[in-house]
Design a protein around this ligand. Structure first.
Ligand code: GLP
Length: 260
């Protein structure tokens, strides 16, 4: 894995946006894997800025969201259909018809999950997957003990995740109990992974993902199996890494042509 430690959360967004931008410039019909949550917002804001400036064109780009709550009305501002539309599709100028979010209402959820996997394959696979990380090490909604080979499926949210996400809802009880999420095996199939994290409350999860054992107990540790994964974090999120000096040294000495 490539670990990039940057001085500020804003820098994290800018550098991660550059990774995505490079893919879109090279391949105007690129397929993006889209994460929700607060962590990737700075990436989307920077990409929108570059699109507004005419530097990037997202009109042919496809998008696949990582996850969705089960049974949460798409009109609810915290449904991931609404969040992706508000934070990605509109600001970047993606064609709505080219953006997919897992179906949290299908009568046959298992069949809808299989169809989602098939749609990703039919689009040619994901070129670059954007990821945040939960305080318990989840990516997408792959909670601890998720199979490292899992594919899109229904999951039960942990009490910790429901508590973390309660800030977006009227009450903790209003947070849905179930979700549909791309699996860890699905995420591993993306050609490129970019995980971003900011803040002290992510430091433990980042240390477990980057320097801990490969384990379903920390789902994000599955990035250790990927051949092109980049973890971009601020100093606070890096504060529990044992080898932080080595990562800083590696980044500082990276040849200019390999920089983002
Ligand atoms: C949610 C999302 C994840 C996200 C995580 C962290 O549970 N399903 O994709 O990475 O929250 O959210 P935040 O970035 O707001 O801390």
């Amino acid at each position: 894995m490539e670990i990039v430690i940057l001085p500020s959360a804003a820098e994290v967004g800018r550098v991660a946006a550059s990774v995505v931008a490079e893919v879109v410039v090279r391949k105007p019909e690129a397929v993006l894997g889209l994460a929700t949550g607060s962590s990737p917002l700075a990436i989307y804001e920077e990409l929108a800025r570059r699109a507004d400036a005419g530097e990037l064109d997202f009109s042919r780009v496809r998008g696949f969201a990582l996850d969705e709550y089960v049974g949460l009305d798409y009109g609810h501002p915290e449904s991931y259909h609404a969040v992706i539309d508000r934070t990605v599709t509109r600001p970047l100028g993606l064609a709505p018809a080219l953006v997919a979010v897992p179906d949290g209402f299908a009568a046959d959820l298992a069949a809808a999950c299989a169809a989602y996997e098939a749609a990703i394959d039919a689009a040619g696979g994901i070129d670059v997957q954007i990821l945040g990380i939960g305080g318990n090490g989840h990516i997408g909604f792959n909670e601890p003990t998720s199979s490292l080979a899992s594919r899109t499926r229904i999951k039960t949210l942990t009490p910790k995740t429901r508590e973390d996400n309660a800030r977006f809802f009227d009450s903790p009880e209003a947070v849905p109990t179930h979700c549909v999420t791309q699996g860890l095996g699905t995420i591993l199939r993306a050609r490129r992974l970019v995980l971003v994290a900011q803040g002290e409350n992510k430091a433990e999860a980042i240390a477990a993902a980057v320097e801990g054992p490969l384990s379903a107990s920390c789902p994000a540790s599955v990035l250790q199996l990927h051949e092109h994964a980049t973890v971009i974090i601020d100093e606070a999120a890096a504060s529990r890494l044992r080898n932080a000096d080595y990562y800083r040294y590696t980044w500082a000495n990276k040849p200019a042509w390999q920089r983002y």
